[in-house]
Design a protein around this ligand. Structure first.
Ligand SMILES: Cc1cc2nc3c(=O)[nH]c(=O)nc-3n(C[C@H](O)[C@H](O)[C@H](O)COP(=O)(O)OP(=O)(O)OC[C@H]3O[C@@H](n4cnc5c(N)ncnc54)[C@H](O)[C@@H]3O)c2cc1C
Length: 327
């Protein structure tokens, strides 16, 4: 029996775990790109997730976890291993503290807190994806980030459930310790919010959602902004001198500004288009491949590097690519 067949047999014995074979990952990414994975395992609760991780952790097979695939680029060849998804989505409230399982959609968490009139996650309405990935990448928008109100998280480390405080998560802009420890799998998070005016929060949040839906139409196959914005203070003096003051927002220079200077807006390569209204919004217009997307990203990085001597860093995560992003 091959390791894959043996692992499959062990996973199949776990009650509540759904196994899909040769599953096209394009169906699990918002870009709609990516080849198949031999085994796609979905756990609806911790009772099936924890034993599945116990099977996979010591295995020699490559395996990984994904959420809703809204920040993921999967190669055209797919992923030669096992993809796991945790869908546990329970939400609990105790005063102004809200606990949520990592598989819940961030939107369901935001909506839950809005209904309770709690402030702190309200501006993150419309960010696609699950809570686990929001912690992993410290997702945020409109001046609010996951790390602002997160109090603790629970995660699996080699089969053991551990907890971290906010400080231990080492949050930075679109970053946390979980990006460096991909073997640690988030199980849940607890947020400490503030009581607010439910009607005012809801109406401000609805406005944000409307703005976002204009920028990112719900059927657009993309990952939001592909490249991370840059911290002004981390740029060289000569680059800082070239950035107009009006462009800087809360100490950050949008990656879109650099991309605009190198002619990214409206660029097309095969089925991959760069939006003509936003240079950091790159989407699959219909029949794109992941290879074309990778080529566009590498081309844009090279152009920015040649012009400004700086390296743009992708916010999107890659799966199934042998050669990491260049330059
Ligand atoms: C239209 C659009 C708009 C967007 N706008 C924003 C925005 O305003 N702000 C922002 O921050 N992001 C934004 N994004 C990016 C995306 O929404 C976030 O990165 C989101 O957190 C990804 O969630 P996901 O469940 O889809 O994760 P996936 O794309 O499936 O995975 C992302 C990463 O999370 C890891 N991960 C998932 N679950 C777990 C877990 N339980 N434990 C450990 N690691 C895990 C995966 O391994 C992977 O590396 C946008 C995306 C789109 C498509």
């Amino acid at each position: 029996m091959t390791i894959l067949a043996e692992t499959r047999a062990r996973l199949a014995r776990i009650e509540g775990l759904t196994l899909l074979e040769n599953e096209p990952l394009a169906q699990h990414t918002r870009f709609g790109l990516g080849g198949p994975v031999p085994i796609f395992a979905e756990a609806d609760d911790e009772e099936s997730f924890v034993p599945a991780v116990a099977v996979l952790s010591p295995s020699a097979l490559p395996w990984t976890i994904i959420g809703e695939g809204s920040n993921l680029v999967v190669s055209d060849r797919g992923y030669d291993g096992i993809v796991l998804r945790f869908r546990g989505a329970a939400l609990l409230v105790d005063g102004a503290r809200v606990s949520v399982q990592a598989g819940a959609s961030l939107q369901s968490l935001v909506d839950f807190t809005l209904e309770l009139g709690l402030e702190g996650l309200d501006k993150m309405t419309g960010i696609p994806g699950c809570v686990g990935a929001a912690v992993y990448g410290n997702a945020g928008a409109f001046g609010q980030s996951t790390s602002d109100t997160l109090e603790r998280v629970s995660f699996l480390d080699r089969g053991q459930v551990r907890e971290f405080s906010n400080a231990e998560c080492e949050f930075r802009y679109r970053d946390s310790i979980f990006k460096r420890r991909k073997d640690w799998l988030l199980l849940g998070a607890e947020f400490r919010l503030k009581p607010g005016d439910a009607a005012a929060l809801k109406s401000a949040s609805d406005e944000i959602l409307a703005t976002r839906n204009r920028k990112f139409p719900p059927d657009m196959r993309c990952a939001g902004s592909v490249f991370k914005n840059l911290l002004l203070k981390e740029l060289s003096a000569s680059v800082q001198a070239q950035v107009p003051e009006t462009v800087v927002k809360k100490g950050k220079v949008p990656a879109a500004w650099f991309l605009e200077q190198v002619g990214a807006r409206g660029l097309r390569h095969g089925g991959i288009h760069v939006a003509d209204y936003h240079a950091n919004l790159i989407y699959n217009a219909g029949d794109a491949t992941a290879a074309e997307l990778r080529e566009v990203l590498d081309d844009l990085k090279a152009r920015v590097c040649d012009r400004f001597g700086l390296r743009l860093e992708e916010e999107v995560q890659f799966l199934g690519f042998e050669v990491p992003a260049v330059r």
